[in-house]
Design a protein around this ligand. Structure first.
Ligand SMILES: [Zn+2]
Length: 65
């Protein structure tokens, strides 16, 4: 199971901050919670939603609605 093999479009793909404050996953790349706190912002990582949940991350309320 190589995550880099998943190149096709995935409706379940989510975006997760790299670094601190990494406790939610986002469905919207323009979510302010995803791009905020630039002093701790280390980038954004894409992964399947199920993988994010497997890491203990929960859905962001700002872009989940
Ligand atoms: Zn969000």
């Amino acid at each position: 199971m190589d995550p880099h093999e998943q190149n096709g479009p995935s409706m379940n793909e989510v975006h997760v901050r790299v670094g601190l404050y990494r406790n939610r996953y986002h469905t919207d790349t323009s979510c302010p919670a995803l791009n905020g706190k630039p002093e701790t912002f280390g980038g954004v990582e894409r992964m399947p939603r199920e993988e994010a949940e497997a890491q203990g991350l929960g859905p962001c309320r700002t872009c989940e609605t």
